[in-house]
Design a protein around this ligand. Structure first.
Ligand SMILES: [Zn+2]
Length: 332
């Protein structure tokens, strides 16, 4: 009813140009978002508090999702047929393993079009051979100096493009803010910012996938800090490039580990991984912002620690303890 009414108003008559199934889908999505929100408010939904549904952020990016109801089709010719749009030529990045249940077509801020498909694959398709070696476990200590410190002090360095991207982003943003609102130059500068963002996103995404691939291949147990990712680094551009990488690193690592059959545990974010002496268990390590500068410290018990290696060991032990605990509960 809402859709039919909306199409009748002149300002929204353009809705007729789109497949009705897509509009219904958008309403169904909004409906679910509100149901979740209200259920969260009155306590019938478990998990973290849900915020009220918000409008999609107005960025240059746009997307449209076709479900099976919308009758999209991947043709034998390799073209994608979309209702009310027609047949599209697709540059396939890979073969679809099964018939997709939906496709999302998105346009990036730089006017590139992508089609992403939802495909059900059999459970265990990404499963890896389990590693029985007791050493095939690592804690992951995320930081600023190195991106991450792994078992035995192995580090993942911050790639140079983090810095370079921050500089480029700052420059593009500065240019943008200098242009007159509404002018053609402002639009051009906006497109430039979008382009820099897109490039950073792609590069960062590739880089993160590479790091994760290796960690998951080499470790049966993966234990990470449940750190609050925002606001670790300094500066605004830095925040977007460096800290955002932590966010996607952790979430992708978690899902990839799960699919590969690896143990993945997030240690409580208040666990004092840096302050705890891994020899005697006393809280003698560096703390606070001042402590960020401390690389090596000595505990009263006589032990000397490399800050990050000590933190990694603590995270690994705590993660393993939690994993064993969870496994015990599952058995009971
Ligand atoms: Zn100690």
């Amino acid at each position: 009813m809402l859709i039919t009414e909306a199409k009748r108003t002149p300002e929204r008559s353009w809705l007729s140009e789109v497949s009705a199934a897509v509009l219904q889908q958008a309403l169904a999505d909004a409906d679910r978002a509100y149901k979740n929100f209200f259920a969260s408010l009155n306590g019938t939904r478990r998990g973290p508090r849900m915020g009220s549904p918000r409008f999609k952020r107005r960025t240059g990016a746009q997307s449209i999702r076709f479900t099976r109801n919308a009758k999209f089709a991947v043709l034998d010719s390799g073209r994608l047929r979309l209702p009310k749009i027609g047949e599209l030529k697709v540059a396939w990045s890979r073969e679809l393993p099964a018939t997709p249940s939906s496709v999302t077509v998105s346009r990036t801020a730089t006017n590139k079009y992508y089609a992403s498909f939802v495909v059900a694959v059999e459970d265990g398709a990404d499963m890896l051979e389990p590693l029985s070696d007791a050493d095939a476990e690592t804690g992951i200590d995320l930081g600023l100096k190195d991106f991450a410190v792994l078992r035995g002090g192995r580090t993942i360095d911050n790639p140079r493009f983090f810095r370079r991207s921050e500089r480029k982003l700052r420059k593009a943003q500065r240019e943008f803010s200098r242009k007159v609102t509404g002018s053609a130059n402002k639009a051009k500068a906006r497109a430039k910012v979008a382009k820099v963002h897109e490039r950073i996103k792609d590069t960062r995404s590739d880089w993160v996938d590479k790091q994760i691939h290796r960690i998951v291949a080499e470790n049966q147990g993966i234990y990470v800090e449940g750190l609050s990712v925002t606001g670790l680094s300094q500066g605004r551009a830095a925040k977007s490039v460096h800290d955002a990488a932590f966010g996607i690193f952790l979430s992708r690592l978690e899902s990839k580990a799960a699919r590969a059959g690896r143990t993945f545990v997030r240690v409580d974010r208040y666990f004092p991984s840096t302050r705890l002496c891994s020899d005697c268990g006393a809280l003698t390590g560096p703390r606070g912002l001042e402590g960020l500068k401390v690389r090596i410290w000595a505990c009263g018990c006589g032990a000397t620690h490399d800050r990050d290696r000590n933190a990694e060991l603590n995270i690994r032990r705590e993660g393993k303890r939690l994993a064993t605990l969870a496994a015990g509960l599952a058995e009971r």
